[in-house]
Each structure stands twice: as C-alpha cells, then as structure tokens.
Design a binder for this molecule. Structure first.
Ligand code: NAD
Length: 484
C-alpha cells in the first residue's frame, strides 16, 4: 500500500502512527499517511532553521532563481505523476486538474523567482542637521522559517502559491498539507531533492489540525511567520497560536461570495460565468459564488438557463470522457453540504434543481457525490445565504437597482470576491469601487494574473499576496542609514 511520509531535512520520514487517505470518487483507501507528532514537527522546524544558516542562506539570488526555475521544470517533466496524484486525492476532473492545478502549481515557482530577481529596493539621500549628508537604503531579508498550512481544494496550487514566494525570498518552509490531500506536497519533496534544493529548505509534516501537526507547527516558537489558507474559524485558532511571540500571519480564509448579473449583461456569457463560479471543482473554490443576485427583468430567464447548465453537468471519475463535475472531498464534507441542502428546504426554499445525491454506478456509489443545486425564494437571513457551504450550490435572488445589488453583495461578514456581469462600463467601475472584497471580477471569474494582489477583506483574510505584495510578508525591510 502507498505510504505518504513526512519530508524532513531532505529525507522521507515514517512515523509509528498512520491514517488512511481515501479517494473521493469511490472512498477506496489510496494509502497510509504518516502523521507527524510534536517530535517530527520539531525536527522539521530545526531542519528548516539549519538550512537558513547553511548553503541556502548564503546562496546568491541568481542561483536561487535558477533552482526555483528547475523546480518548476521538474514538476512539468513529472506532470503526469502530479496530475495522477492530485486527481486521486481530490477526484477532480482531468480537464480541471490538467489545466489549472498542475500548470499553475509549477508556474508559482517561476513567477515569484522572477519577481524577486527584478524588484528593486528604495534609497533616500538626506541632508543632516550639521550641513552634511546621509544616504539611506533598504535591504530585504528573509523572515526565517515559514509555517505553511494548506487546504484540500487546490492542494498543489495553493501550497506552491505560498512556498514559491517564500523560497524565492530566501526563507525556508515547513508545510502542513491538508490531511485530505497529502500526495502532491510529498511528491514535491522528490522534486526538491532531484534539482538540488539543499536539505531542510522544504519540509513537509503530515497530520490534522488541533492536537496534531497543524497545531504543533503553528505553536512552535521556531516558526517565524505563518501563512495559512483555510476556514475563517481555523484562522482564528492559528492567529491565537501566532500571538505567542507576536509572529506575523498571512491569511486567505473563507468566503460567501456574491455574483451580480445586470439585465444589460451578455446573457449567455453571464450564464456560462456563473455556471463556472457556482459549480467548478464541485463548488469547492474559495472564490466561488454561493449568492447570485440577478436584475429582475431577466431573473426568470436566468434561473431557467442556470438550471439547464447545472443539469447538464456530468458527474464521474476524473479520467472519464465528458465528466465535468467530481465528488466532494470527503464523507464528512458531504454530510455538511447535505445538511445545508436539508436546511434550505426547512427554511422554505424553492429547489430549482438538485438538492440530493446523484445515482452512481458500481464502486462509484461509495463516492462523495452530491447534485449541483439551485435555490430561490429564501430571505437574506437564511443559513444557506449567510454561511459558507463550500459545495456546488447557490441561491438566486432578484434585485431592482444598482444600489440594492451592492448592498446585498456587501451584507456579509466575508469579503473575498465578487463577479459582476454588465456591459455598462460606468456601472462596472462604480460597482467594483463599492463592493467590499479583495477581488472583483467584471465579466469574468477566476482570471488570475499572479502579479496582482490577492487576498480577502473583512473575515476573508489578512494581508495580500501575489506579485510584489508577497514580498511584504515573506521579507523584512532593513533600512541602512549611512552618514557620509
Ligand atoms: P480548514 O481550515 O479546515 O483546514 C485548513 C488546514 O488547516 C488543514 O491543513 C488543517 O489540517 C489545518 N488546521 C485545522 N485546524 C487547525 C489548527 N487548530 N491549527 C493549525 N492547523 C489547523 O480548511 P479546509 O476545509 O481544508 O479548506 C476549505 C476552506 O478553505 C474554506 O473555508 C475555503 O473558503 C477556504 N479557502 C480559502 C482560500 C482563499 O484564498 N481565501 C482558498 C482556498 C480555500
């Protein structure tokens, strides 16, 4: 049986305690994950610290950039290994994993390496009180050992989105992948060794959150900064852990994102866009749309069109031709999503489509499938409109004015993303300026330029990463002042 081991100081490390990794498509056991205890986490943090003081710490930026390019090239050379591992762990369709997860996972190393190579620092000349002069200039230093705690929805992509810039800036990392998706983080260890990244620069510890590797890592005093992607509630626990030693955090958290469709939108493009934003990756995208607001004149037509699209989505295993929707990540998550499906009905929703579990044949019947689901008719106070579900579902409500649409979109504790559909340029700019989110897409969704700032407003996050913004978290500026 496959073993997913920890990767500490350049070596794969087994532990006495294992847990099963199961496939979302049919719940079969894929392998055993070796859970890191406090001792293994401590060893990983020490290995990361030693690497900072070794060859990695002394390496020129040029050499570091070369090595990170080699990491990306090696991921691409082993593209199929990464693809198979990611599809097995998540059950996502081949088209999605091969176009998004793996290529973007590799790109994260190149993009940030190039940014670090090309970004200058500031300098200021100043007059001194004695009539002389001084020169100030800034140096960017790595923060040190970065703890990287990851979710399961885009495992390689979201992990390398943190590891890429952290390493490019000269830090070392200890990664805690989600317990649901241990494979690609482990595989990346092989890549690091193959291209000659010094031992201890990239470490992986497996396990869960509380009283396991996640908590041991975030509480570890040897960790200098923590970058985390996951639920807002988990972020609160990690922030409390990081308070000890006043360590900086960068958080990408949950969302309850709105989609706004104006009557002047290109109708077909808006329907296609919301189909993606509501159902892609079986709704397990932090940027996904679970609240859709549609201008009243096109409301009925829009609901009917989205229903048709949702019903055309074909569930099935990753490699099957024509499959466009995979399962949810786990039985536990399916229970959560189905509990919202039931809650919606109890609260009086009209179920436009879905609301249950599709019939799957053979072994697939054991998988974590749910139907894409659309509701209408609920008040804004309903649980399925207020709380993040993280499933393939959305509620659609009508609105009458631009002001009302903005107010509805903003009436949430979260503030991650919005997708707005309109052909009126002035309106697009007005709405974008008023929605309280980290990213506002106009006539698009999940279109990411890695040079731009990414993060959440309100309860959806702390800080921004992407492009030069990542440098703010992964480096510290030191000002050097020279009296001339
Ligand atoms: P999660 O918060 O349950 O788990 C994320 C990671 O944190 C896992 O590795 C888990 O083991 C670890 N963890 C849990 N409790 C911990 C603790 N007390 N201390 C340390 N580590 C702990 O999230 P998830 O279910 O894996 O992912 C789904 C969530 O992630 C959704 O809320 C989604 O919106 C969010 N998300 C946000 C973004 C973003 O960019 N804003 C991106 C992807 C996912």
């Amino acid at each position: 049986m496959k073993q997913y081991m920890n990767f500490i100081g350049g070596e794969f490390v087994a532990t006495g305690k294992t847990f099963e990794n199961r496939a979302p498509v049919d719940n079969r056991v894929l392998g055993l994950v070796h859970e890191a205890g406090a001792d293994e986490v401590d060893a990983a943090v020490r290995a990361a610290r030693n690497a900072l003081h070794g060859e990695w710490g002394r390496m020129t930026v040029t050499r570091r950039v070369e090595l990170l390019h080699a990491v990306a090239d090696e991921i691409n050379r082993r593209f199929d290994d990464f693809l198979q591992a990611e599809m097995a762990d998540t059950g996502k369709p081949h088209a999605l994993a091969s176009h998004v997860d793996i290529p973007r996972g590799a790109a994260n190393f190149k993009v940030f390496a190039d940014i670090v190579k090309n970004v200058p620092t500031e300098s200021f000349e100043m007059a001194t009180p004695d009539g002389g002069q001084a020169l100030n200039y800034a140096i960017r230093s790595p923060v040190g050992v970065i703890g990287v705690v990851c979710p399961w929805n885009l495992p390689l992509l979201l992990m390398t989105w943190k590891v890429g810039p952290a390493l490019a800036c000269g830090n070392t990392v200890v990664v805690k992948p989600s317990e649901e998706t241990p494979a690609t983080a482990t595989l990346l260890g092989e890549v690091m060794n193959a291209v000659g990244i010094p031992p201890g620069v990239y470490n992986v510890v497996h396990g869960f959150g509380p009283d396991s590797a996640g908590e041991f890592l975030t509480r570890h005093p040897g960790v200098n900064g923590i970058t985390f992607t996951g639920e807002t509630r988990t972020g609160e626990a990690i922030m409390a852990a990081a308070a000890k030693g006043v360590r900086p955090v960068s958080f990408e958290l949950g969302g309850k994102n709105a989609g706004i469709v104006f009557a002047d939108a290109d109708f077909d493009k808006a329907v296609a866009g919301i189909t993606r934003s509501a159902f892609e990756n079986c709704g397990q995208v932090c940027l996904g749309t679970e609240r859709v607001y549609v201008e009243r004149p096109i409301f009925d037509r829009f609901v009917a069109a989205l229903k048709e699209k949702a019903e055309a989505l074909k569930p099935g295993p990753s490699e099957e031709a024509g499959v466009s929707i995979g399962p949810l990540i786990s039985q536990e998550h399916r229970q959560k999503v189905l509990s919202y499906y039931e809650k919606a009905v109890r609260e009086g929703a009209t179920v436009v489509t879905g609301g249950g579990v599709p019939t799957m044949k053979g072994a697939l019947a054991e998988g974590h499938w749910v139907q894409p689901t659309i509701w209408t008719g609920l008040p804004e106070t309903a649980a399925v409109i207020r709380e993040e579900i993280f499933g393939p579902c959305c509620h659609i409500a009508p609105f009458d004015t631009e002001e009302e649409a903005i107010a509805l979109a903003n009436a949430t504790d979260y503030g991650l993303a919005t997708t707005v559909w309109t052909q009126n340029l002035g309106r697009a700019h007005r709405v974008a300026k008023q929605v309280e989110v980290g990213i506002c897409w106009i006539n698009s969704w999940f279109l990411r330029d890695l040079r731009t700032a990414f993060g959440g407003a309100k309860a959806s996050g702390i800080g921004r990463e992407g492009g030069v913004h990542s440098l703010e978290f992964y480096t510290e500026l030191r000002n050097v002042c020279i009296k001339l």
